[in-house]
Design a protein around this ligand. Structure first.
Ligand code: NAD
Length: 356
């Protein structure tokens, strides 16, 4: 089988990790682009490849099968449109974009070009999370009643005030920058009908605009009620999704890396989130560790590194063998709900979730 030709746009903290994970598979990294050309050169040297001055030169010269986009959150659209116009499949890091109209434009172009769009919702790909989705699809919980998601932790302010991750105009704010749990609620439970959201900043006075507490109340079209509480002002860490149904409850616990199904008849089954002990252990240790935002030269913990390897494998399995990839499903739902939540915070009222 021919190696999949991959180009990478955005060679920072996460781009480097993605290059590493895809390179382990049947791929060839054909070229790199970054606003900071030195970063592109570093990866080109590491993988025996080429750095290009701009996206156009990269695409013209390499004709990649797949383009990976790991640029700043607000800068996903332009490379995605360029890659699709060069008839490449596209993988975009989370959040898809920070504006749902940009998502729609990219989805429509991908459909028109008959190219696959993958969004880096990597928590969906973990074996224990896939199992949870399977249980829900098999209706193990019966009618779902209510769900609760948390991503609560403490992160100190960054000393670098000019860093893009401190600027909500560039990140979309924490709800977009850390969209994984909202995405899981949407992916596991279906279409959201309305959202009431409130947010504030209680613990990071040096950057007041960047809210550190978010609380969302969600009503789904199916009638399910759910809540999401997330942020970086919580001294006691929590990271989980709990789903209750008439026949039982299911807990995805990222803090201890387990997924537990408990049925009303007393049956209980527990699974690790990974198929590999060391990755589960790494995730458990990370829950207890001091949290911080990942700067350029941060070392990726094993659990995150493994998650990107699993997601890379699902992408290649999809492209080469036509296997279903969870990264192609409900690509823009979380951004649409986050957009409505942003509006709810602004207007201080419940907002209907509509695709604009
Ligand atoms: N899925 C996850 O768990 C996860 C984890 C970390 C980061 N991310 C996402 O990955 C993306 C990158 O984050 P990061 O932590 O690597 O940030 P980073 O700042 O370390 O790297 C971003 C890189 O993109 C480059 N860049 C920005 N705009 C560009 C453009 N228009 N053209 C070419 N290069 C451009 C920058 O120069 C920088 O080198 C973000 O969208 C982030 O949210 C996702």
């Amino acid at each position: 089988m021919n190696k999949t030709k991959i180009a990478l746009i955005g060679c920072g903290f996460f781009g480097k990790q993605l290059a590493y994970s895809f390179n382990k598979l049947n791929t060839v990294l054909v070229g790199f682009v970054d606003l900071n050309i030195d970063r592109a050169h570093q990866l080109a040297e590491k993988y025996g490849s080429q750095a290009y001055e701009n996206i156009h030169a990269l695409l013209e010269n390499t004709q990649p099968d797949l383009v990976i986009i790991s640029t700043f959150n607000y800068a996903h659209r332009e490379p995605a449109i360029a890659a699709l116009n060069h008839n490449a499949h596209v993988f975009i890091e989370t959040p898809f974009t920070i504006d749902q109209q940009e998502c729609r434009e990219i989805v429509e172009l991908a459909n028109a070009k008959n190219k696959t769009l993958f969004i880096g919702h990597l928590l969906r790909t973990l074996p224990g999370v896939i199992k949870a989705k399977q249980f829900l699809d098999e209706n193990k919980l019966g009618k779902i009643t209510v769900a609760r998601a948390t991503r609560q932790r403490w992160i100190d302010s960054s000393p670098n005030k000019d860093w893009w991750k401190n600027n909500i105009a560039l990140t979309g704010g924490k709800l977009f920058n850390e969209i994984h749990e909202l995405d899981l609620l949407c992916w596991l439970l279906g279409d959201v009908d309305s959202v009431y959201a409130q947010s504030t900043n209680r613990a990071h006075p040096d950057n007041l605009e960047n809210h550190d507490i978010f609380q969302l109340l969600l009503q789904f079209k199916s009638g399910i009620f759910a809540s999401l509480e997330m942020g970086t002002a919580y001294r006691l860490h929590e990271w989980s999704i709990t789903i209750h149904g008439e026949l039982g409850a299911l807990v995805i616990n990222f803090f201890n890396s387990t997924m537990t199904l408990t049925l009303a008849n007393g049956q209980r089954q527990q699974f690790n989130l990974y198929d590999e002990f060391e990755a589960d252990l790494s995730l458990r240790e990370s829950g207890k560790a001091i949290q911080r935002y990942n700067e350029l030269n941060a070392i990726v913990p094993l659990w995150l590194s493994r998650a990107t390897e699993i997601e890379a494998q699902t992408i290649l399995d999809h492209l080469n063998e036509g296997k279903e990839s969870v990264l192609t499903q409900q690509t823009m739902d979380a951004v649409i709900v986050a957009d409505a939540a942003r509006e709810s915070i602004k207007q201080k009222k419940q907002i209907d979730v509509i695709c604009k």
